[in-house]
Design a protein around this ligand. Structure first.
Ligand code: ATP
Ligand code: MG
Length: 689
């Protein structure tokens, strides 16, 4: 008889949960790979495995659990606690600090690097750059080298940082990356090498790490056998979800931490690999069993889907069967249903939005709450017409994977102040902060930053600088603020209130809509309250910022009902009773940008598969007959006539119920939609400037 908490699992899931547990002398089992299709209970099995380890005496503080997002990690921790409580009852009190090491690769990396900073020659107060900061620093360096001025055809800062990141993450040479993904940039190979070398040097002198450094430094750290052993010894078990979306660096980190695969469990589905644009490689999961010697990893596959109804699963299987290469096999389910997925044709994006709203409300009438429904799309901008319609109809929604709360200029300003006081050599933060002061332009800011960077005590040196011309009282107020922050006078999280009070007058001066922005600052203060220290707040917020929501950016609307809007990428691992996918047309999915090569096209197919397999009871794919593309020509937006995605050829139509939805009179619709689009579009853009 299985223990009560394992009763609900099927035999293979249970085998995975119990693998290597209860060996004689408390020995820890060897490597395990769980590879299986969507909705087969991989994540659920992983949560049970962690709980089962703890129930069997493993120390939760010595379990390293890595997931794809911070949200997924805390969800997993919650589930583990629930199962443990079920089994251990009140003893579960010992679990309050359980799973201290659950998080994303980047988050865990940041923590370990700070712990080991001294041993690896990092200064412990390093700050972390998000993608935008990294691009800004790349830009500063590029200017210093004179590349941008010399040649206007030199790649943009965004392209430079993308290439850099690809090279670093794939462990490939710059030439290989340029040849395969950026052939039009090949002529700049020499300059790019010079630029990247200078960029790396700039990061080091400024004591900053970018996203990629968190993995890179971590991998470097554990390539030293002694350090690898030291870090590896902190953990008895290492478990990784969504392994198909890891890159080479991540795999090599794991191999160094768990030599021979001791205590290592990875879980994934090759058919759901959708992050190759960030250098993730399907080879990691496919090669995993062979990585270990003398004994290869055990492999457990699961073939039963518990999530979706049979017709939804049949359609999703149909789509993925056309893929060129695939390891995981088709799934089966016993969830019978009469309802096939719907393939709905609508006239345009305006009708699409109206159609979705109507269906969402109809679902709610029959008891499917808004939260149990999601609208998924290939690219964040695809949902704008829908967002307008939802706002107009007063339907609350939360958008994942789109603009982030932290992208707002005023929020970045606040964080930059804190970052600057933590690490005054952080030039990007320094520029951002100094430019807030009236009278200080880029040149003066540059000089100030040069001066203080040359001093072993940068903040001391800041205090001694004669006040720059025209800064008046603002200068001493600024110096006092950063000095107090440095000394942590006010304490955490109270200090964030101090920063806000200092910042608000500047906000009033800079932005016309200062009042709305002030609400965000209050919210930032509220969010800060949830973190134990400034350092954890800055690190974790930078790595995995909260998503923008409909009426309260940043803070999830916990007790209200709201519809989920999400990019397919951000919907990974999740499920809803009803799922709508919009713009299921060629040009959107596959994206125009993803049709260049077979591997790219195959990744787009997997994206569609990931989206479809999020649905439990109802799935609706919508194809507008025409859609807007944004700003792709000199005139800005334009209409494009669309056809159904090539991933659903005529042979697959049998799996769908087709519907069309022409309702509103064409002329009237055209008129009103045009006006709304212009008004709101401009407003949305200006909000995030
Ligand atoms: P994805 O590939 O999308 O990440 P997954 O394989 O991780 O999916 P889960 O999210 O763990 O799948 O599970 C999918 C659904 O199936 C969840 O609702 C889960 O509760 C349910 N489920 C998993 N295993 C069982 C089981 N043995 N009995 C009943 N329900 C199950
Ligand atoms: Mg999962």
């Amino acid at each position: 008889m299985a223990a009560a908490h394992l009763e609900k699992l099927n035999d293979r899931q249970r085998e995975a949960v119990e693998h290597g547990i209860g060996l004689p002398d408390g020995k820890i089992g060897g490597p395990l790979l769980i590879i299986a299709g969507a909705g087969s209970g991989k994540t659920n099995t992983l949560a049970h495995r962690v709980a089962h380890l703890i129930v069997n005496g493993a120390d939760p503080r010595r379990i390293l659990l890595m997931t794809f997002s911070r949200r997924a990690a805390s969800e997993m921790a919650r589930r583990v606690q629930r199962i443990c409580r079920q089994v251990l009852g009140d003893n579960a009190a010992i679990l309050t600090d359980a799973l201290a090491w659950a998080g994303t690769f980047h988050g865990i990396g940041a923590r370990l690097l700070r712990m080991y900073a001294e041993q690896i020659g990092l200064s412990v107060d390093f700050t972390i750059h998000d993608r935008e900061d990294s691009a800004d620093l790349m830009n500063l360096v590029r200017h210093d080298l004179g590349f941008s001025a010399k040649q206007s055809r030199f790649p943009t800062k965004g392209t430079c940082i993308a290439i850099y990141s690809r090279v670093v993450n794939s462990e490939a040479s710059i030439k290989e990356i340029l040849k395969s993904s950026y052939p039009w940039v090949l002529e700049w190979e020499g300059e790019l090498k010079q630029l990247f070398a200078a960029y790396v040097e700039a990061k080091q002198t400024q004591n900053v790490l970018d996203y990629d450094d968190l993995l890179l430094y971590w991998a470097q750290m554990v390539s030293e056998p002694e350090l690898a052993e030291d870090v590896g010894n902190r953990f008895d078990h290492i478990l990784v979800d969504e392994y198909q979306d890891t890159n080479r660096l991540q795999a090599s980190i794991l191999m160094s931490l768990a030599p021979g695969g001791r205590g290592l469990t990875v879980v994934g589905d090759d058919a759901q690999s959708i992050y190759s644009f960030r250098a993730a490689t399907i080879r990691n999961i496919l090669d995993f069993p062979k990585e270990f010697s003398p004994r290869p990893a055990d492999v457990i596959t699961l073939d039963r889907n518990y999530r979706s109804t049979q017709p939804i699963l049949a359609a999703a299987n149909g789509v993925i069967e056309l893929a060129r290469e695939r390891y995981t096999k088709n799934l089966w389910t016993d969830r019978a249903s009469e309802q096939r997925p719907v393939l709905a044709t609508v006239k345009d994006e305006i009708d699409q939005a109206a159609y979705i709203v109507e269906q969402v409300l109809a679902n709610r009438e029959v008891g499917v709450t808004l939260k149990q429904q999601a609208v998924l799309f290939r690219t964040s901008s695809h949902s704008s017409a829908l967002e307008i319609e939802l706002t107009r109809r007063n339907i609350p929604f939360v958008k994942f994977g789109g603009l982030k709360f932290l992208d707002a200029a005023h929020v970045k300003d606040m964080l930059a102040v804190m970052r600057f006081s933590q690490n005054p050599r952080d030039r990007v933060a320094g520029f951002r902060v100094l430019k807030l002061l009236p009278g200080i332009g880029p040149q003066t800011a540059g000089k100030i930053l040069d001066t203080i960077a040359a001093d072993p005590e940068p903040l001391q040196s800041l205090a001694e600088i004669p006040p720059p011309a025209k800064t008046g009282d603002d200068w001493p107020a600024f110096v006092t603020l950063v000095t107090a922050l440095r000394k942590a006078d006010a304490g955490w999280p109270a200090e964030i209130g101090t920063v806000r009070m200092w910042y608000e007058p500047h906000l009033d001066r800079i932005h016309e809509d200062a009042d709305t922005r002030k609400d965000d600052l209050l919210q930032l203060e509220q969010i800060a309250g949830g973190y134990v220290s400034r350092e954890r707040f800055l690190t974790e917020l930078t790595l995995d910022p909260p998503d923008a929501t409909s009426d309260q950016a940043g803070v999830p609307l916990l007790d209200e009902d709201y519809l989920i809007l999400s990019t397919i990428h951000s919907a990974k691992g999740q499920e809803w009773r009803a799922v709508f996918m919009l713009n299921v047309v060629d040009g959107c999915i596959p994206s125009d940008l993803g049709t260049g090569s077979t591997p790219e096209l195959e990744e787009e197919r997997r994206l569609l598969y990931v989206g479809m397999t999020r649905a439990r009871d109802n799935l609706t794919l919508i194809t507008p007959q025409r859609f807007f593309t944004h700003g792709q020509n000199a005139q800005g937006d334009r209409h494009v006539y669309a056809s159904r995605t090539r991933f659903i050829p005529a042979t697959l139509l049998q799996f769908f119920e087709t519907a069309s939805w022409p309702k509103i009179s064409a002329a009237a619709n055209e008129q009103s939609s045009r006006q709304v689009r212009v008004d709101i579009g401009a407003r949305m853009r200006s909000m995030w400037k």
